[in-house]
Write a protein that binds this ligand. Structure first.
Ligand code: NAD
Ligand code: GLY
Length: 370
């Protein structure tokens, strides 16, 4: 893809439809904000890392459109995805007497995006918001589809709302400042789309992983576009996860247990999902749904992307038991039964339970020894 030429991916959800704009430099192009709802004020919600890099540029681009543009920089990190941090956004909105037309802008990664979306869903019972994702993970996944949330110490993303943004602006240039570890974490969510929905894309990632890791904006642009197209196709059919949308959680049942079990922020979300995908693939193989060759192929790609292929130990005494306990606190669980996204033949995913003994076997086989 030519990174400078804007690509548009549409999310079709009747009156909640919107466009995802993908281009280098998109964030500072005032054109992209011109058709937004008119309002007296905008609030840019960002964090202390992203604010010095991009907040002034975004503010400058918004000033022709909004008479007042305020900025609030939240503390950075998954461990701050909490009620207390969310309240800082409300403090800012109320402190500036922002009315119900105020437009919020989420400038940052998935943590800022999820929290800003939840703030927008609940401030005065709902104000418009725009996603301006600045991590690869947020551009390929979290900024799209309207899932918003904060964490609870007992479970990841347990408190939140479905609330769609009115626009998503993916500026590929922002990825240049992303640390390599964060770029790899984003690749986990890119890789995810292959085994669940698109084997051609999986092969493309295998052929382009070095270019992606080298911050090639053409390759990153294609990865963002194709990921958003697949997510758009899924969300367009099942916005509120009545069924199909759960396939986007491939690797997340194990992954969320890793994040909560280690303490939020210890492993990055993408790292936990990466190990979780290998575990879910192993479980699929043990259930006879795919062969070991496909598991090995997926694990090899995850390793090449600089991501873990084994989970951490969450307990020295009963590691599998601890995973099981954490996985029961999952939004897919029904009546205490844990549901997994499994690969039902390469390129196709299903959501189903699995015998506990088999799950424990996979955890024992797929966790680090130290
Ligand atoms: P993050 O938001 O913590 O961002 C990662 C790090 O990169 C942070 O330190 C951030 O300050 C920094 N950063 C952001 N942009 C930068 C840039 N351009 N240059 C330099 N540094 C930059 O993490 P993430 O990986 O973006 O998102 C993970 C979160 O997203 C998790 O909380 C996860 O639950 C959530 N998520 C939500 C959905 C959804 O559908 N809503 C989907 C996937 C993940
Ligand atoms: N990231 C999973 C979803 O949006 O459904």
């Amino acid at each position: 893809m030519n990174a400078s030429f804007p690509e548009i991916v549409a999310i079709n959800l009747a009156e909640r439809s919107y466009d995802i704009v993908i281009a280098a430099g998109a964030l500072e192009n005032a054109e992209h904000y011109r058709a937004l709802p008119a309002a007296a004020a905008a609030l840019i919600v960002t964090n202390t890392t992203v604010a010095p890099l991009y907040a002034a540029r975004l503010r400058q681009a918004l000033l022709p459109q909004f008479p007042e543009v305020h900025v609030v920089a939240l503390p950075d990190g998954e461990q701050h995805k909490t009620w207390q941090t969310l309240n800082l956004v409300f403090d800012e909105l109320l402190g500036h007497a922002c009315d119900r037309k105020t437009v919020l802008f989420a400038l940052g990664g998935g943590v800022v995006g999820d929290m800003t979306g939840f703030a927008a869903a609940s401030y005065m019972r709902g104000v418009p918001f725009v996603q301006v994702p600045t991590t690869l993970l947020a551009q390929v996944d979290s900024s799209v589809g309207g899932k918003t949330a904060i964490n609870h110490p007992m479970g990841k993303n347990m408190i939140g709302a479905f609330y769609q943004p009115v626009k998503v602006i993916c500026d590929l240039d922002t990825l240049r400042t992303l640390p390599p570890r964060e770029l790899s974490a984003g690749l986990a969510e890119v890789i995810k789309y292959g085994p669940i929905a698109d084997l051609d894309f999986l092969a493309w990632i295998e052929a382009n992983v070095e270019a992606l890791l080298a911050y090639d904006l053409g390759a990153l642009g294609h990865a963002v576009k194709r990921s958003c197209e697949i997510k758009s196709w899924v969300v367009g059919q099942d916005e509120r996860e009545a069924g199909l949308r759960a396939i986007l959680n491939f690797g997340h049942t194990f992954g969320h247990a890793i994040e909560a079990g280690l303490g939020y922020g210890e492993w990055l979300h993408g790292e936990a999902v990466a190990a979780g995908m290998v575990m879910a693939a192993q479980l699929s193989q043990r259930l006879g749904m795919i062969d070991q060759t496909f598991v090995d192929r997926l694990a090899a790609l995850i390793r090449r992307a600089g991501l873990p292929v084994a989970g951490p130990r969450l307990s020295e005494t009963d590691n599998a038991g601890r995973y099981m306990e954490l996985m029961r606190v999952d939004k897919k669980s029904e009546g205490g039964e844990i549901k997994f996204v499994l690969i039902d033949g390469p390129g196709r995913a299903v959501v189903r339970g699995a015998p506990e003994a088999l799950v424990r076997e996979v955890i024992d086989a797929c966790c680090l020894r130290v």
